[in-house]
Design a protein around this ligand. Structure first.
Ligand SMILES: [Zn+2]
Length: 318
C-alpha cells in the first residue's frame, strides 16, 4: 500500500480549492467550491467540508497521510486558527481542528497563502535551487513569504515574509492594516489604478479601470500610467531591498496579477532596486517573474504537508 499522497487546501476569498497531490507535486484529484465569503462562519466551513468530502470519498484517499492548508490571512498556525480579512465570518476560526475532525485525524499543517505560494515557487518554480528567497504575490493585496537556509520560513504564526505591510513611506497614506505608507498601499493593483486615475489617466472606451488596463496604457507610453507603475516599482524595490539587507536573499520572485504586467513593472523595478539595494551583499539580488500558475496555492499547501510529514518521521526516529 502506497502512502505517497497529501491533501491540499487553498482557501481564498473567492474560492476554496482542494486536491490530492503526490510527492512530485502532481495533482491527482481536485475539487472546488465558491467561498460564501459573506455568510456565517459555519456556511464557509460547510463549503470546506464539501471539498474535503470529494477528496475523502475517492479511492485514492487511503494513500493520503497529511493535510496542508494555505489560507488567506491573517492565520495563526500556532493556534490553528484563521481570520481572513475577506471572510468576516471567520475570526479566530479553529480551521485546523475542524479539518482534522473530517479527515480522520491526519496531521494538518496550516500556513498563510503568501507562504504557500513561496513553498510552491521554491519546490517547482522560479525559486527552485535557491536557498534564500523572497516570493511575492502582487495583486489585490501584496503578500509574500521567505525561504531561508533552504527551508520555508513561515514563522511561529505562519505569516513571516508579509512584505506588503512593510512601511516604505514614513508619513504615507493610512493602510487598511492600521499602519502607514505600506508597500501594499502603493504597489497593489487597486492602488496602481487609483493613482493613475487621480493623476488624470483616462480609461479606454471599454471603461476598464483595472491595473491591467493601466499596464496596457503604460505599454503604449501613456506617461501617467508609466508613472503609476514606476511608483509601485519603487515601493516594491524598497521593500525587497530592506528584506535582502535583513536576511540576505539572492532572488525575489514576483507573481500575481500585477506581476503579469511584465516589463512595464520589471524594468522600473530592477532600476529602482539599484537605488535601494546598495550594500555589497545585496547587489547581486535578482528579480524574476513567478513560474507557478493558478495551482501555486495548492502545490504550496502540499509542499508544507510533505515537509511536516518528513519532520514528523525524523522526530519519530530519534
Ligand atoms: Zn499595511
Amino acid at each position: 500500500m502506497h502512502t505517497d499522497l497529501v491533501a491540499a487546501l487553498d482557501i481564498g476569498g473567492t474560492k476554496i480549492a482542494g486536491a490530492l497531490v503526490d510527492g512530485h507535486g502532481r495533482i491527482l484529484l481536485r475539487a472546488q467550491r465558491p467561498t460564501p465569503a459573506l455568510e456565517a462562519g459555519e456556511s464557509v466551513m460547510r463549503a470546506v467540508e464539501e471539498v474535503l468530502a470529494e477528496l475523502t470519498g475517492s479511492p485514492l484517499w487511503i494513500r493520503a497521510t497529511a493535510v496542508g492548508i494555505g489560507s488567506a490571512g491573517p492565520v495563526d498556525a500556532s493556534a490553528g486558527t484563521v481570520s481572513p480579512v475577506n471572510v468576516p465570518g471567520w475570526r479566530g476560526f479553529p480551521l485546523v481542528e475542524r479539518v482534522r475532525a473530517v479527515t480522520g485525524g491526519l496531521p494538518v499543517e496550516l500556513i498563510g497563502d503568501g507562504v504557500a505560494i513561496t513553498a510552491a515557487e521554491h519546490w517547482q518554480g522560479a525559486a527552485r535551487g535557491h536557498d534564500n528567497a523572497l516570493c511575492m504575490v502582487v495583486s489585490t493585496g501584496v503578500g509574500g513569504g521567505l525561504v531561508l537556509d533552504g527551508r520555508l520560513h513561515p514563522g511561529p504564526t505562519g505569516n513571516a515574509g508579509h512584505i506588503g505591510h512593510i512601511s516604505v513611506e514614513l508619513d504615507g497614506d493610512p493602510c487598511a492594516c492600521g499602519s502607514r505608507g505600506c508597500v501594499e498601499r502603493i504597489a497593489s493593483g487597486p492602488n496602481i489604478a487609483r493613482r493613475a486615475l487621480a493623476n488624470g489617466w483616462q480609461p479606454g472606451p471599454d471603461g476598464d479601470t483595472s491595473a491591467a488596463a493601466v499596464a496596457e496604457a503604460a505599454r503604449t507610453g501613456d506617461p501617467v500610467a508609466v508613472a503609476s507603475f514606476a511608483r509601485a516599482a519603487q515601493a516594491l524595490a524598497a521593500g525587497i531591498a530592506a528584506t535582502a539587507t535583513l536576511v540576505e536573499i539572492d532572488v525575489a520572485v514576483i507573481g500575481g496579477g500585477v506581476g503579469k504586467a511584465g516589463d512595464v513593472l520589471f524594468t522600473p523595478l530592477r532600476a529602482a532596486l539599484k537605488t535601494y539595494a546598495t550594500l555589497s551583499f545585496v547587489q547581486r539580488l535578482e528579480i524574476v517573474p513567478a513560474q507557478m500558475g493558478t495551482d501555486a496555492g495548492l502545490v504550496g499547501a502540499a509542499a508544507a504537508a510533505l515537509t511536516r510529514r518528513a519532520d514528523d518521521a525524523a522526530e519519530a526516529s530519534v
